[in-house]
Ligand binder design. Structure first.
Ligand SMILES: *[C@@H]1O[C@H](CO)[C@@H](O)[C@H](O)[C@H]1NC(C)=O
Ligand SMILES: *[C@@H]1O[C@H](CO)[C@@H](O)[C@H](O)[C@H]1NC(C)=O
Ligand SMILES: *[C@@H]1O[C@H](CO)[C@@H](O)[C@H](O)[C@H]1NC(C)=O
Length: 268
């Protein structure tokens, strides 16, 4: 008797979690998203700012250019918030607790790198990604791309230099009375990181500040020049025409090091 009861219970539990089929998903889409107004800032209480929780992912340090004073990284952000315009009862849709849709179907925050060197526009550009939407309106959205920022170069310790570069993100057009960025409980991740052979990633800092009325995420990274010989060669090859920008003594130092490195490599 009790064995049969356990089996029945198991089947019931199974059908509870796996009972969804495509018709549930289509019905959910029709009921919840077909007339969803994605242009509206999805705050239930219009007097409190919408809180966007953010995790920063560093994928790689693509390039650091001393002369142009720019850094290029490949980075991503995981954003989550609650969309007050979305909710459904999972039991009415075959126990569908969440759904995955294209990000163009709902409101998404216009996260902008404000110290970008190329364009002022959403980090994500026009690229669509998938969003996870939960029955209570919780949304999780990954965005990312190539990010180039202005970075004041300090070459006083060249070629043993470290550089610290800051990326400032905010939701352009939505000040802190409308929207705040908040750090997630684990706000930085290097789990998808690929090293760069010229620059070692040494440390990071991540914080939220209020800046010009905007809730702003400041992400700083410190990178350390990795291979002496290689960077000297690259600096000389790429920047011979630009050497006048570097002070005379540094140029001399570059040449001395190059001579040293050539000698030692011909010895070995
Ligand atoms: C939605 O987010 C809130 C606040 O972070 C959390 O308490 C709640 O458990 C989340 N709901 C789901 C279904 O994950
Ligand atoms: C999010 O940030 C705002 C402004 O910095 C703050 O008032 C609020 O308490 C934060 N929320 C959480 C959940 O940390
Ligand atoms: C950079 O990282 C590599 C690999 O982890 C290490 O072998 C090398 O010594 C580092 N260079 C510097 C300058 O820290």
């Amino acid at each position: 008797m009790s064995a049969i009861f356990v089996i029945v219970l198991a089947i019931l539990t199974l059908s509870k979690t796996n009972g969804q089929d495509i018709s549930n998903v289509k019905q959910l889409y029709t009921d919840v998203f077909a007339n969803h107004q994605k242009e509206i800032l999805p705050k239930i209480d219009q007097n409190t700012p919408l809180q966007i929780s953010v995790t920063m992912y560093l994928m790689t340090i693509t390039k650091f250019d001393e002369v142009d004073e720019t850094i290029v990284i490949l980075g991503a952000m995981g954003c989550s918030w609650n969309d007050g315009g979305i909710s459904w009862d999972p039991t009415s849709y075959g126990n569908k607790y969440y759904t995955v849709l294209s990000s163009e179907k709902i409101w998404t925050p216009p996260i902008t790198l404000i110290n970008a060197v190329d364009v002022l526009g959403p980090v994500q550009g026009d690229t669509k990604t998938n969003v996870y939407i939960f029955y209570d309106g919780n949304v999780t959205w990954p965005l990312g791309g190539v990010m180039s920022a202005k970075c004041t170069t300090d070459i006083s310790k060249f070629p043993y230099d470290s550089q610290t570069c800051k990326f400032q993100f905010l939701s352009w057009g939505l000040d802190q009375t409308e929207l705040t960025l908040n750090l997630s409980s684990d706000p930085f991740s290097a789990q998808f990181f690929t090293p760069n052979s010229n620059w070692n990633f040494s440390s990071y800092d991540i914080r939220i500040i209020s800046w010009n009325g905007y809730s702003t995420l400041e992400f700083s990274i410190t990178i350390k020049r990795a291979s002496l010989y290689y960077s000297v060669m690259v600096t000389l090859k790429q920047n011979t025409r630009k050497l006048e920008h570097i002070s005379g003594t540094t140029a001399l130092l570059v040449l001395c090091i190059l001579k040293d490195s050539t000698m030692s490599s011909s010895v070995s």
